[in-house]
Design a protein around this ligand. Structure first.
Ligand code: FAD
Ligand code: GLY
Length: 377
């Protein structure tokens, strides 16, 4: 039997791969997505789902531009995905309070507010009293807060599954439990991928394999460094809501979800590639959560989990075609913001695969030239 050929094969069924599959399917490209476990089984189900363009990307102007555009795409994406997949991605646009617990933090946040206002974003300083009026369960120890009305949130695993199902509804194929062993490369051009079941021919490959990106490309002699940064989280349930808005500090955030759940995250441990949930990690989050929201200690325990954020040495994701391998596109390394950046990443990568120039300047996200000895397997 002749093996089916696809225009594009995507490796990785996290939020990034699924968003790209969705965009390519919308453009009627024949696309196959291969995921070695289940859709959304790694970082994309561990995420808290914050769309923290202003709260989390204050330091990186390069990513901030993409992030705020991506955030603005969510209302349309949410409606489109609901229509195609039936999944409600849980988009909530009630804003975020970035809390100051020290005078230094208050100074820093006030500077960020002026900077963001000058860029046309909404942000305002709340005194402690104003912050407590907005969120009455907050600790009276807060010194004030940066209020960001436009940083919303979604349910990360629902978003990922909604992208996947919508892509399938538009004609994409998805195979779970399909571990890609390496790319098939001839004359520095991708011609297929290899799984344990054989070779699948294709014209382009998009690698969106999160922390698996580096090891996937190694057999082909390509060095694209992505390392894991582990994050642990837990959640509680309350019968009456304790919060309306997301509460964010450098070490701990609290995200109020549907059905009375509050997600508390997240630890940050570089190069840890296990998914153990540790007492040390959870107890440190509990202490920080209590300092922000004392009444959380009366909430009912729900669950705990962890995941690995894909990070790159230059702190920016890779978005582009590999300079040494035609037809090999990479979208990986979205670190703490892959959920937020997923809609725009899907559009950018679909443009690149189609040979179009994306509307946004993506030169900062180019793939490095570095190679190991090239094998072309
Ligand atoms: P992944 O979701 O890890 O998907 C990659 C997929 O590739 C995996 O499913 C893997 O099995 C598959 N794969 C790997 N190798 C192969 C292979 N050889 N063959 C086939 N398949 C393969 N981001 C936000 O925007 N907001 C947040 O609030 C937020 N909170 C977070 C909290 C925590 C605790 C963590 C850990 C992350 C958080 N993030 C958040 C970051 C976000 O989760 C990631 O940036 C995003 O999920 C990365 O998506 P991805 O598709 O690149 O990776
Ligand atoms: N963006 C939240 C986290 O990575 O923990």
């Amino acid at each position: 039997m002749k093996t089916k050929t696809y225009e594009t094969v995507i490796v990785g069924g996290g939020v990034i791969g699924c968003s790209i599959a969705f965009q390519l399917a919308k453009r009627e490209t024949s696309v196959l997505l291969l995921e070695k476990e289940r859709i959304a089984s790694q970082a994309s189900s561990a995420a808290a789902g914050m769309l923290g363009a202003q709260a989390e990307l204050m330091e990186s102007r390069t990513l901030f531009e993409l992030a705020r555009t991506s955030r603005s795409l969510f209302p349309v994406v949410s409606a489109e995905l609901k229509e195609l997949s039936g999944i409600d991605i849980g988009l909530v646009r009630k804003g975020l309070l970035r809390i100051a617990l020290t005078a230094e933090e208050a100074d820093r946040l006030r500077k960020h507010i002026s900077c963001q206002q000058s860029l046309g974003e909404q942000a305002e300083w709340l005194t402690a009293r104003q912050a407590l009026e907005m969120e009455p369960e907050l600790s009276p120890n807060v010194l004030g807060a940066m209020y960001i009305p436009d940083d919303g949130q979604v349910v990360a695993s629902d978003l990922t599954n909604a992208f996947a199902r919508s892509a399938v509804a538009l004609g994409a194929e998805i195979q779970e439990f399909a571990d890609v062993e390496h790319l098939v490369v001839e004359k520095e051009t991708v011609v297929g991928i290899k799984t344990k079941d054989g070779i699948i021919p294709c014209n382009q490959v998009v690698v969106a394999a999160g922390v698996g990106t580096e090891s996937l490309l190694k057999p082909n002699g390509l060095h694209v460094p992505v390392y894991p940064v582990k994050g642990e989280c837990y959640s509680v349930k309350t019968s009456k809501p304790l919060l309306e808005k997301t509460i964010y500090t450098d070490g701990c955030y609290l995200v109020p979800k549907r059905y009375g759940e509050i997600v508390v995250g997240a630890t940050v441990k570089k190069h840890a590639c296990d998914r153990k949930v540790t007492l040390g990690g959870i107890s440190s989050l509990m202490q920080q959560a209590e300092r922000l929201l004392p009444s959380i200690m009366q909430a009912e325990w729900n669950r705990a989990w962890s995941g690995m954020r894909p990070q790159t040495p230059h702190d920016l994701p890779y978005l582009g075609e590999h300079p040494r391998c035609k037809g090999l596109f990479i979208a990986a390394g979205h670190y703490r913001n892959g959920i937020l950046l997923s809609p725009i990443t899907g559009i950018i990568m679909a443009d690149l695969v189609e040979g179009k120039t994306p509307r946004w300047d993506i030169s900062a996200f180019a793939i490095p030239e570095t190679v190991h000895s090239y094998t072309g397997v």
